[in-house]
Each structure stands twice: as C-alpha cells, then as structure tokens.
Design a protein around this ligand. Structure first.
Ligand SMILES: NC(=O)c1ccc[n+]([C@@H]2O[C@H](COP(=O)([O-])OP(=O)(O)OC[C@H]3O[C@@H](n4cnc5c(N)ncnc54)[C@H](OP(=O)(O)O)[C@@H]3O)[C@@H](O)[C@H]2O)c1
Length: 284
C-alpha cells in the first residue's frame, strides 16, 4: 500500500512509520513537511502524492493548556481532521482517538458503543475529530490510551509511563495516582494493530486499540519496580489531591474485544511493558 503518515515525528507516528516501512511504501510527513491545519496545503500534497491510505498521527495533545487554548485544540484535533477528510479522494483514513472522550464515571471497561461524555476541552476536541473522521467513506478511528514505548531512532519517549520509569530508574520518587484506572498501551502494538486492520481490510469504524487488561498508575509503577527489580518508592496521590486545569477521567479502561473479534488480539499491558523496559539502554 502507498501510505502517507502525517504527524510522523510524534511518539506514535514514529512507531507507525517504522512498522509500515517493513512492508509498504511510506511517505512520512512531519509538521514541517505538512501542517494539516492548512487545508490548501493538505489538498495540494495529497493530490501530488495520491495515497491509498492516510494515517493521522498528528494532534494537539496539551491536555491542560487546551482548557485556555480551546481554539488551538479544536483546530488541531478537529478542523485539521476535516481538512484530511476533504482531501482523501478515495484513500482510507486512520485516525487516533482517546479515552478522554469518556467521563470516567463507569465501572466496567468501555466499549465502542458507550456514549462519549468528555469533561475537558481536549476530550471535546478529540471527539469532534472522531466525528469528522467518520465522515470519510472509509475510516478507522482507533482510540488509544496512556501510550508508551520507544520507536527506533525516534526522540526519547515522553508521557506519563516514561516519566514514571525515568524517575524510578534515576532513584527518584514519582507521584502516582492510586485512584485512576487506565489501560497503558505500547506504541508498537498500536502500530502493528493499525497495519493488520488495513491489511486484512477489516470493517471500518471505531475500535479501542489498547493493550489488554488495566491497572491504576500505582499498579503500573509497582509492575515497573518488579520488572526492573527496583525499590517500590512512590508518592501515592489521589486525583482530588491535585489541582489540574483539565478534568481527568477516573476510570478509563477500554475494552479491546471488538479489535480481537476483528482478528487483532492485543498483548497484555504487562507483556508490552516488559518488552519496553527490556529494550531500554542500561544507563537511566
Ligand atoms: N500520548 C498518549 O498517551 C495518548 C493518549 C490518548 C490518545 N492519544 C492520541 O494518539 C495520537 C498520537 O499521539 P502521540 O502521543 O504520538 O502525539 P505526539 O507525540 O504529541 O505527536 C503529535 C505530533 O503531531 C504533530 N502535529 C501537531 N499539530 C500538527 C499539525 N497541525 N500538522 C502536522 N503535525 C502536527 C506534532 O508536531 P510538533 O511536535 O511540531 O507539535 C507531533 O510531532 C494522537 O491522536 C493523540 O491524541 C495519545
């Protein structure tokens, strides 16, 4: 397949480009090569490149800043997706969503048919992006969550998991939530699942593209300590203890059963975490 990846230098973008290049023709465009907020530029570039598939790894991900920069979030996460959709000209779109479209008040894993109810500007902007994406004749909206991992040759991993791991390896004491439940997900597993859906021409639509299982952030830190044989030294906090600008969902486990039923079973987050930690360089 001839695949254009936009937002190619992000954390997930780098993993998608790396995985797709093993078997497909890939044109990787970072923000400098294509700003997807620029409708005319998107139209011109796609007309020239004629992709069969467009994978959108670009996003405005500053969850807290979005509360005071709502227009930037809407432009980056919603209007930019509309720009892509309008320029597809028959190409399949893959777009990534987030667990933040849910309010986190549930008590069983969210499935794709559960009603979204975002509580933050970021979550609303990402939900609007999903709606625009689904306007495309053929689109996959893959909701991902708490991403971690290191693509070969990419910038050092960021995000909450990398933050906890880096602090623990440096002998520092990370703050970890005991009351936020998530499904941590490896970028390599997301990238592999993305390609499998495309290659098998699985039915389009919304999928929860996460590793299997769930944990609190405290549980994740405990697993890191166990795998790396480090002392369990954390500052345990609760969401109510911190005053973050954007609301976080408390319970945000996503069920990946629909993905498994489409022929894409996902490894557990513990297996994925072990692979990630074992691949890190010796020095913290
Ligand atoms: N990270 C997570 O834990 C998480 C959780 C849930 C959902 N997601 C979703 O997963 C997807 C991938 O996230 P990620 O963590 O890989 O993101 P990331 O590391 O923040 O990368 C996003 C990339 O998009 C680029 N970008 C932003 N605006 C752009 C524009 N207008 N045109 C072109 N490129 C643009 C950024 O470039 P600059 O660096 O130059 O800004 C950056 O390289 C996103 O849809 C995100 O919302 C991520």
């Amino acid at each position: 397949m001839r695949i254009v990846v936009v937002g190619a230098k992000g954390q997930l973008g780098a993993a998608v480009v790396h995985a797709a290049r093993q078997r497909h023709e890939v044109i990787a465009l970072d923000r400098a090569a294509l700003d997807i907020g620029d409708a005319a530029a998107v139209r011109a570039r796609f007309a020239e490149l004629k992709p069969e598939v467009v994978i959108n790894c670009a996003a405005y991900n500053a969850v807290d800043a979005a509360e005071t920069h709502a227009l930037d979030a809407m432009r980056g996460n919603a209007i930019a997706v509309r720009n892509l959709v309008r320029a597809l000209d028959g190409a399949v779109l893959v777009h990534y969503g987030t667990d933040f479209v849910f309010d986190g008040q549930g008590s069983r894993p969210y499935v794709e048919t559960d009603a979204p109810n975002p509580r933050s500007v970021y979550g609303m902007s990402k939900l609007m992006g999903e709606w625009f994406a689904l306007d495309a004749p053929r689109a996959y909206v893959l909701r991902v969550e708490s991403l971690f991992g290191q693509a070969p040759g990419a910038a050092p991993a960021k995000g909450s998991v990398a933050g906890i791991v880096n602090m623990m390896r440096a002998g520092q004491t990370p703050k970890v939530f005991a009351d936020r439940t998530v499904t941590p997900t490896a970028i390599g597993d997301c990238a592999a699942a993305t390609l499998r859906l495309l290659e098998t021409q699985a039915p389009t639509g919304v999928y929860h593209c996460v590793n299997s299982g769930w944990c609190t952030w405290l549980g994740l830190a405990q697993e890191v300590a166990r795998i790396l044989d480090l002392p369990e030294r954390f500052e345990v906090i609760r969401l109510a203890d911190v005053n973050l600008p954007a609301a976080r969902p408390l319970y945000c486990v996503l069920s990946n059963e629909k993905l498994a039923a489409a022929g894409v079973p996902m490894p557990t987050w513990q297996e994925a975490l072990r692979d990630y930690l074992q691949g890190l360089p010796q020095e913290a």
